[in-house]
Ligand binder design. Structure first.
Ligand code: ADE
Length: 249
């Protein structure tokens, strides 16, 4: 097994690369790939940058050039449902590209010539990641946030959710836009900009994958400010501790 770990931004992955033993850095396609052992798991960490094309390219390289057998994407997302709060973790059971619309040739959201709107993530990885996330929220998170003296977020009652994540090349920063999406996707839990692209690549290459997102904002008019604040303060802690728990399982 070789695990590929992708995040869009360095703040979403900080700490993981430093925790690698025997790290070897390779520069390829304007990205830095770090190969090494993460708590005894053979792993490759890389930043995709933002957006679906960047994420698809990164996932393809991880599989084709670096031979990863599994992929986990970790990062932040906007909430796609009232029950999903800032500080909660969403593990994707399925992913969809919310900005894909080839009507009238194909139904809305369908990836042309695949017959699919939604790509399912790997059930086993999803289960392990959700458990690892739950372990972090139950025991680790409190100490981490206390130590950081983070009082701005009410993260005490954070929860893990599993379900639909939608991706698009759009930062959702309007309640009206989110309401529109929600009309067509009532089971939507989170919105972000990369996961469904990784899902399509992994589906086509037959690589098990999943996506874990910590909610940084409510995808409304305050989203950009909340997003920046969350990313700069706590985002990297989630990735570090949840992936740590995952590797130890
Ligand atoms: N990532 C984090 N918050 C987001 C939002 N509101 N829209 C898209 N991607 C995001």
């Amino acid at each position: 097994m070789r695990l590929g770990i992708i995040s869009a931004l360095k703040e979403e992955q900080q700490g993981l690369v430093d925790a690698m033993s025997g790290p070897q850095r390779h520069n390829y396609a304007m990205r830095e790939f770090t190969l090494g052992l993460l708590w005894n798991i053979d792993a490759v960490c890389v930043l995709s940058r933002i957006g679906k094309v960047a994420a698809a390219m990164t996932a393809s390289i991880l599989v084709e050039k670096y031979g990863v057998t599994h992929i986990v994407f970790t990062g932040v997302a906007g909430s796609g449902d009232k029950t999903v709060k800032v500080g909660d973790i969403v593990v994707a059971e399925a992913l969809l590209q919310h900005d894909l619309d080839a009507r009238p040739l194909f139904p809305r959201f369908e990836v042309p010539l695949t017959g699919l709107q939604r790509f399912a993530s790997d059930a086993c990885l999803c289960e392990h990641l959700a458990q690892a996330a739950g372990d972090f929220l139950r025991v680790g998170a409190h100490d981490v946030f206390n130590a950081l003296e983070i009082k701005t977020f009410s993260l005490q009652h954070s929860q893990v959710h599993r379900g639909l994540i939608a991706s698009g090349d759009q930062f959702i920063g309007s309640a009206a836009h989110l309401r529109q999406l929600k009309q067509d996707l009532p089971d939507l839990l989170a919105v972000e900009m990369e996961g469904a692209a990784v899902a399509q690549v992994c589906f086509e290459l037959g690589v098990p994958f999943t996506v874990m997102r910590t909610i940084s904002d409510n995808a409304n008019e305050e989203a950009a400010v909340d997003f920046m604040h969350f990313v700069q303060t706590v985002a990297s802690r989630y990735a570090f501790h949840v992936v740590h728990n995952l590797c130890l399982r």
